[in-house]
Design a protein around this ligand. Structure first.
Ligand SMILES: N[C@@H](CCC(=O)N[C@@H](CS)C(=O)NCC(=O)O)C(=O)O
Length: 282
């Protein structure tokens, strides 16, 4: 049993929403996450769906703003939302800019100084956090899926494509699909991974889909009024990359929607249903 500390707990849709902290061996600091356990969790082990948030978010934002708990309770799925980076690590510069360091871990394992001592978000999400969750909550460890938003959409896509045996399904809201080719990604990858762009490829969804693909259809929603659409998110790159290798992709442009959680809340039911189907719950 890995030690976790309960910070706060709320009844929600007959289930339980909890906020927790634990000491991460990989990130070498206290990390926080939230878990929604639907009412079915008191009766039997359930599938787990991980949600990775975007830049500047914490472990609470998805639970507060997306309205996912109703759907998690309907299908009987545990939802876990981790923080987006280590915090208070003492890494020089960690709090200087909103798109680097705190709140901006980019779901990579940093290899460059000064980030590499704490910023190990890829392995944290794929290995350490699931171990913590599976040893403290009534989960079915062989039934895991992942989704996310923006930077977290990028995280979900790369985690799923690199670990198709771990994740039954993947979906994303307004994901960064080619961090190697957008300003946010270039800045983060050059700082976290160094300047050798060869090492960036395994963290780029457009590269990965052509190299390894994914075993099932990927669902993506993207608002057409998203302020980051044309210079950061570059969805057409992913649509083209999937087409090249015949990767099944359900890409939906949503007219008039922006990058906010109002957009996510509008389509969250479709995403949870996508994962419920993969879990055999519908
Ligand atoms: N701080 C940035 C925007 C950051 C941003 O839009 N973050 C998105 C994820 S990429 C988010 O979900 N923010 C939290 C929220 O909307 O509650 C800016 O001012 O341009």
């Amino acid at each position: 049993m890995t030690d976790i500390n309960l910070i706060a707990e709320y009844k929600s849709f007959d289930g339980k929403l909890g906020f927790y902290s634990h000491v991460s061996n990989l990130c070498k600091c206290e990390m926080r996450f939230s878990v929604y356990q639907p009412p079915q969790a008191t009766q039997k082990p359930l599938p787990v769906l991980y949600f990775l948030s975007g830049l500047t978010c914490r472990e609470d934002v998805f639970m507060i703003k997306a309205g996912a708990q109703y759907w998690a309770a309907k299908y009987g799925i545990i939802i876990v939302a981790p923080d987006t980076s280590p915090r208070l690590t003492g890494t020089p510069g960690e709090n200087d800019e909103w798109d680097i360091g705190t709140g901006a871990g980019f779901y990579v394992d940093a290899t460059a100084e000064p980030w590499k001592s704490h910023y190990q978000m890829y392995s944290y999400i794929v290995q350490e956090l699931p171990t913590v969750i599976n040893s403290n909550f009534p989960t079915q460890p062989d039934q895991q899926s992942i989704f996310g938003h923006s930077m977290g959409g990028h995280g979900a896509l790369i985690c799923a494509m690199r670990n198709p045996d771990i994740y039954k399904s993947v979906s994303a809201f307004a994901p960064i699909v080619t961090p190697m080719n957008c300003a946010w990604g270039k800045k983060a990858f050059s700082l976290y991974l160094g300047n050798n762009q060869e090492t960036w490829r395994d963290y780029d969804a457009c590269e990965l889909v052509q190299k390894v693909g994914y075993h099932s259809s990927i669902l993506i929603d993207q608002g057409t009024a998203d302020e980051f659409l044309n210079h950061q998110l570059l969805p057409e790159e992913f649509i083209n990359a999937c087409a090249k290798v015949n990767q099944p992709l359900n890409f939906r442009y949503q007219p008039g929607y922006d990058h906010s959680y109002y957009f996510i809340a509008t389509f969250v039911a479709d995403h949870i249903r996508h994962h419920a189907i993969a879990f055999g719950l519908e």
